[in-house]
Design a protein around this ligand. Structure first.
Ligand code: URA
Length: 266
C-alpha cells in the first residue's frame, strides 16, 4: 500500500467513513433516513422527494396532479402548485410556466391549446400572433383582457409547437379543471379543437361543436357552466375564409352575455 493510500485511509477513518456504498445502497440509505427520521433537513427532504419522483410512472403523476389540484383553495395557490409540478415532460424544455392572463374576477374564461414560442419566453398566454388576433376577436364583441381570464390546456410549450399529447393533457387536466372551478366563470370559451378535445368531447371536431352552447362540468364544480367553442386564431390566420363563421360564433356569445342578467355590459 502506498503512502498516499495510507493517508487516504487515515482520512476516511478520522471522518468516520468505514464502508463504501453502491448506488442501490445509497438509495436504501435515503429510504432509511426517510423512515427513521421524521425531522429532516430541507436538503434531505428535497433529495428524498427527488428520488421518489424519479420512480413515479406517468399514471402516478396524474393521480398526484388530482391530489394537488383538489387541495388548492385559491388561484394563487394553484399557480404555485402548477409551477412546482414536475410530472410533465414538456416542462423540462420550457423556459416558463404559462399559467394565465387577464382578470381573475371576470365572468368569461377562455381556455386555449398550449403556449407557443412567445408565450414560453414571456410566460403569458396568447401574447404572440394568435394573441393579437384573439385581442381583435374580443374587441369585436366589446371585450378585452380586463374583462376576460385566459389560460390553456397545458402550462408549458410543447417543443416545436407540436400538439400536446394525450398524456400531457391528462396530466394538466386536473389543474385546468380546478382552475375553471376557482374562477367559476359565467361562460367558458374553448378556443380551438384541442381545448374542446381535452375538456368537452374527445369524439367530435371543433367544426361540429362550434355554433352552439354546451354545458360543461367537472369534479371540482358544483354547477354546470355554459360553454362555447370557437375556432383557434392560429387556424383563422391560416384559413381567413373561416373568419365569417368565427364572427357568427362571437356574435352569439355577445348575445348570450347581453341576455344573461349578470353579464350585461361585460
Ligand atoms: N395558442 C394557444 O392556444 N395558447 C397560447 O397561449 C398561445 C397560442
Amino acid at each position: 500500500m502506498s503512502d498516499e493510500d495510507l493517508e487516504l485511509l487515515k482520512f476516511y477513518h478520522e471522518e468516520g467513513i468505514d464502508c463504501t456504498l453502491t448506488e442501490d445502497e445509497e438509495e436504501k440509505k435515503v429510504e432509511k433516513v426517510k423512515d427513521n427520521n421524521p425531522i429532516q433537513s430541507p436538503a434531505i427532504q428535497a433529495e428524498v422527494q427527488k428520488k421518489e419522483q424519479q420512480s413515479m410512472f406517468p399514471s402516478d403523476w396524474i393521480i398526484e396532479a388530482r391530489k394537488l389540484a383538489s387541495k388548492c383553495v385559491s388561484v394563487d395557490e394553484l399557480r404555485s402548485v402548477v409551477r412546482s409540478f414536475e410530472g410533465c415532460e414538456i416542462k423540462k424544455t420550457a423556459t416558463n410556466t404559462v399559467f394565465s392572463n387577464g382578470n381573475p374576477n371576470a365572468k368569461i374564461m377562455l381556455v386555449g391549446e398550449a403556449p407557443g414560442a412567445n408565450e414560453d419566453l414571456q410566460g403569458i398566454p396568447f401574447c404572440g400572433a394568435s394573441g393579437m388576433l384573439l385581442n381583435k376577436m374580443l374587441n369585436a364583441i366589446n371585450l378585452d383582457r380586463t374583462k376576460v381570464y385566459i389560460s390553456n390546456t397545458v402550462f408549458w410549450r410543447p417543443p416545436g409547437n407540436r400538439k400536446p399529447t394525450d398524456l400531457e393533457l391528462d396530466m394538466c387536466r386536473p389543474f385546468v379543471e380546478k382552475h375553471i372551478a376557482l374562477i367559476s366563470p359565467k361562460i367558458l370559451i374553448l378556443v380551438g379543437g384541442i381545448a374542446c378535445y381535452s375538456l368537452l368531447d374527445n369524439t367530435k371536431t371543433i367544426s361540429t361543436l362550434r355554433g352552439r352552447f354546451h354545458t360543461y362540468t367537472n369534479q371540482y364544480l358544483s354547477r354546470s357552466i355554459t360553454t362555447a367553442a370557437i375556432f383557434h386564431p392560429a387556424y383563422l390566420l391560416r384559413q381567413p375564409a373561416q373568419k365569417l363563421l368565427a364572427w357568427e360564433d362571437l356574435k352569439q356569445i355577445r348575445e348570450y352575455l347581453d341576455n344573461t342578467h349578470n353579464c350585461t355590459n361585460v
